[in-house]
Design a protein around this ligand. Structure first.
Ligand SMILES: Cc1cc2nc3c(=O)[nH]c(=O)nc-3n(C[C@H](O)[C@H](O)[C@H](O)COP(=O)(O)OP(=O)(O)OC[C@H]3O[C@@H](n4cnc5c(N)ncnc54)[C@H](O)[C@@H]3O)c2cc1C
Length: 430
């Protein structure tokens, strides 16, 4: 099949989730000619399209009041702008700690996506929505494999675009894997979650009736329990369909398995809905995300592999470019999650080396596919951390090209750190 020649860019960012958004904005603000390719027609990934609309966590609540913010830069600028527009609720980051989700910034998904468009366009990023990357062209060099171009699908056939540096923010690490990078993937992946949108009022009597119908149905048919991780129908309604089901067996790095899993998921959700409807409870589910949101898939092996021990010891890597804050949070099929909270003022960090795929010359990764063991990934995957990683590699690409190199290993980390500070980001001090 004929592949049309497209454009030549300084930087191509693959995937417009939280990580790709910040990577592209930072690279664009640095004066580079940047293209952002996204499989969906909307930026935001899990935050918007897949309906997981809480951005966590900008603070370490165990630090002294007034000094708790650990992630700033583009991520913070973005949520402040969304709040100014009336579409984000930023909680008091200095409030005493009660529960982990109290510091999440809740956003309106459509406004969040539209605000991303604004930031990207203001940074002169060329947007290619609904143009997923399907292949890469590479050249083997003495210093590693260089990615030369990506091939994308469009309604007018395949198009090849070239760039000097590539930033893989696809969540699954597609670009890196197709270029030959090694990756890690768990035998038992964490379950995903399908965002549902129930209709109707949050009414206590309705909760009770639906819950009763659900309990009775699951006694008769225990197989029904698999889908609702909270076990209670009431929580699906009270959370407005957010984060209450577990999609077991979801492997977004395997298209065939994914297809089967999504078919099974829809069947289970409709079975659940039928049970409730047949009870006479006047409720309905009027929408869902287009697909299940993944918590975990491939982790691209980098020069450094961040570990759960490093995370819990709050290691500040020599090449740390941002902080990260959450807890070890491994969701499991039909079992309670494995959770280990952080509980002092020390804050873990993210290494730039973990965002350089081993063996690839001119590629960075950012977001949930970076080089980390399973424990560490379960914590660093939260959105504010993904955004900070994105900004860091956008800055690193700018530093590389400013120094006339595409070799990410020749980039001076101190120069990246200084540049990030000048761009409003918080960079860990040793
Ligand atoms: C159910 C659930 C609940 C969660 N809850 C929270 C929470 O409360 N708070 C929090 O902070 N975090 C939460 N997380 C984690 C967080 O949402 C994700 O880890 C984070 O959003 C990942 O961001 P990302 O940019 O790395 O990837 P993604 O958001 O997955 O973005 C990747 C983007 O790349 C695109 N893409 C993929 N392949 C290609 C390709 N080949 N070509 C072009 N584009 C491509 C995708 O369409 C997508 O837009 C939750 C996750 C899940 C699944």
């Amino acid at each position: 099949m004929e592949i049309r020649e497209g454009n030549v860019f300084d930087v191509i960012v693959a995937g417009a989730g939280c990580a790709g958004f910040c990577a592209a904005v930072q690279a664009g603000r640095s004066g580079l000619n940047v293209a952002l390719f996204e499989h969906f027609a909307m930026p935001g990934g899990s935050l918007t399209v897949l309906g997981s609309n809480s951005i966590d966590q900008f603070n370490n609540p165990h630090r002294p009041v007034g000094d708790r913010i650990i992630i700033s830069g583009i991520a913070m600028e973005y949520v402040l702008e969304l709040e100014r527009r009336g579409f984000a609720a930023i909680p008091d980051m200095d409030a005493p700690y009660r529960v982990h989700w109290q510091y999440g910034v809740k956003v309106n998904p459509i406004a969040a996506a539209q605000c991303m468009d604004d930031f990207l366009l203001q940074a002169n990023v060329k947007l290619f929505y609904r143009q997923g990357i399907v292949a890469v062209d590479t050249t083997k060099t003495q210093n590693g494999t260089r990615v030369d171009s990506v091939i994308v699908t469009t309604k007018n056939g395949l198009v090849r675009h070239k760039a000097k540096i590539f930033i893989d923010c696809t969540g699954d690490g597609d670009l890196s894997v197709w270029a030959g990078a090694k990756y890690m993937i768990s035998q038992e992946l964490q379950p995903g979650t399908m965002r549902l949108y129930p209709a109707g009022n949050s009414d206590a009597a309705l909760f009770e009736k639906s819950d009763k119908a659900w309990s009775e149905a699951t006694v008769k048919d225990p197989g029904l329990r698999e889908i609702l991780c909270s076990g209670r129908f009431e929580s699906l309604l009270s959370s407005k369909g957010d984060n209450t089901n577990h999609i077991c067996g979801l492997n977004t790095a395997d298209s065939e398995s994914r297809s089967d899993t999504e078919i099974k998921t829809r069947k289970q959700i409709v079975e659940m809905l039928s049970v409730i409807k047949s009870s006479g409870a006047p409720m309905d589910i009027i929408g869902s995300a287009p697909e299940s949101a993944p918590r975990e898939s491939r982790r691209i092996e980098g020069d450094i592999v961040m570990t759960g021990d490093d995370y819990l010891n709050k290691r500040i890597y020599d090449d740390a470019v941002c902080y990260t804050y959450w807890f070890i949070d491994i969701h499991r099929d039909n079992k309670p999650s494995r959770i280990v909270y952080l509980n002092d003022e020390k804050t873990p960090s993210i290494s730039l080396g973990a965002m350089r795929p081993k063996g690839l010359l001119n590629v960075y990764t950012a977001g949930r596919c970076v080089s980390a063991d399973r424990e560490s990934q379960s914590a660093i995957r939260v959105k504010a951390s993904c955004m900070a990683m994105g900004q860091a590699v956008g800055a690193a690409a700018a530093v590389a090209l400013r120094n006339h190199t595409v070799n990410t290993r020749l980039v001076n980390t101190d120069e990246v750190k200084d540049y990030l500070r000048s761009q409003g980001a918080i960079v860990p001090e040793r």
